[in-house]
Design a protein around this ligand. Structure first.
Ligand code: FAD
Length: 290
């Protein structure tokens, strides 16, 4: 199914993000991923997205990604949305990869630039920004398109209005859906949603929800993004930082309240960063009675 057909008026839809096990021949990890996705099936997610690896290993990554999508499709009846980062990739390779996943029945792509590799100059690349990929996909009408959005602005861009202009350009170029970076402060998410809605471009938005499980892990992720933690959450994380069970509990309780508020405010979708672990997501969604 195409993602633009999966958003429902007056209902908040669910989606889950997973990452491919590093080695696609690692059956143990693949089986764990299949189990994780099977256990999430009962919440009727509209789609599942799969991240795309780091720069510098594009050929390996193309193959690993293709194999993983193929295996998930073999085992589970999910609408899939692979992520794809275009920076540093040639047009010929992009086309080859797209034709491969299209042959697997994939109808959606999360079109991303990806992080610029250290020491590289973006002006040397065929694809400089995510919008270049959006335009290519739109011209060929290959896939429905989602793009990344940053409720507090992308870390490289100090001008929020300019960052939002670039997002608007991605939607004007053909993106159907915006998936946000993880966010914890709903005031940013709601302001972001209202601004995108004010453009009247009919783009749907899913809020990126990250269930916090580990003190060190979350602060490492936060150091690479522009994301504010609400004061109370920050205090709770500091208080329990030496006990991961408590941190996990804090994370789950926080996410439940955060999602309740987003649902009450009519957010189009909740996109869970599962980190290939279904357990906290199950607890959150059970409590929310999904
Ligand atoms: P862009 O939209 O190109 O924006 C990147 C920067 O360039 C921004 O600062 C923007 O303000 C600026 N910009 C945009 N357009 C222009 C323009 N025309 N001229 C000048 N400046 C411009 N990374 C991975 O490696 N793999 C993944 O699977 C992955 N999944 C992600 C999923 C989600 C939901 C999100 C939010 C991010 C994900 N990322 C992933 C991270 C993402 O690749 C990085 O944040 C990357 O730095 C930017 O990608 P983008 O698509 O937002 O880029």
């Amino acid at each position: 199914m195409r993602i633009s057909d999966l958003y429902v008026k007056d209902k908040t839809i669910l989606s889950f993000e997973v990452y491919p096990p590093k080695d696609d021949d690692n059956f143990e990890k693949l089986n764990l991923l299949i189990d994780t996705l099977s256990s999430l099936k009962s919440y009727n997610p509209a789609f599942v997205s799969m991240t795309f690896g780091a720069f510098g290993k594009h050929f390996d990554t193309f193959e690993t990604h293709y194999n993983m999508i193929s295996k998930i499709k073999e085992h589970l009846d999910y609408t899939l949305m692979p992520h794809f980062t275009c920076v540093g990739t040639s047009l010929a390779d992009v086309k080859k990869y797209f034709s491969g996943i299209k042959s697997l029945g994939v109808e959606n792509i999360l079109a991303l630039r990806g992080d610029i590799p250290e020491g590289e100059d973006i002006s040397n690349f065929e694809f400089k920004h995510a919008i270049d990929l959006v335009k290519l996909i739109k011209a060929e009408e290959t896939f429905d398109i989602a793009v990344a959005g940053y409720p507090e602005g992308h870390i490289e861009c100090d001008d929020y209005s300019l960052d939002m202009k670039y997002l608007k350009d991605k939607i004007l170029a053909g993106a159907d859906v915006v998936i946000t970076q993880m966010a914890f402060d709903n005031s940013y998410l709601l302001k972001f949603r209202d601004e995108v809605a004010s453009w009247n471009l009919n783009a749907k938005i899913s809020a990126g929800i990250m269930p916090i499980k580990n003190y060190k892990q979350i602060f490492k992720m936060l150091s690479m993004a522009r994301v504010t933690l609400p004061k109370k959450l920050q205090e709770d994380l500091e208080r329990f930082k030496d006990n991961n069970d408590d941190i996990r509990k804090v994370g789950i309780e926080f996410a439940i309240k955060q999602c309740e508020e987003l649902i009450a405010n009519g957010f189009d979708g909740l996109h869970f960063y599962t980190l290939n672990n279904n357990s906290p997501v199950n607890q959150i969604l059970d409590e929310l009675e999904f």
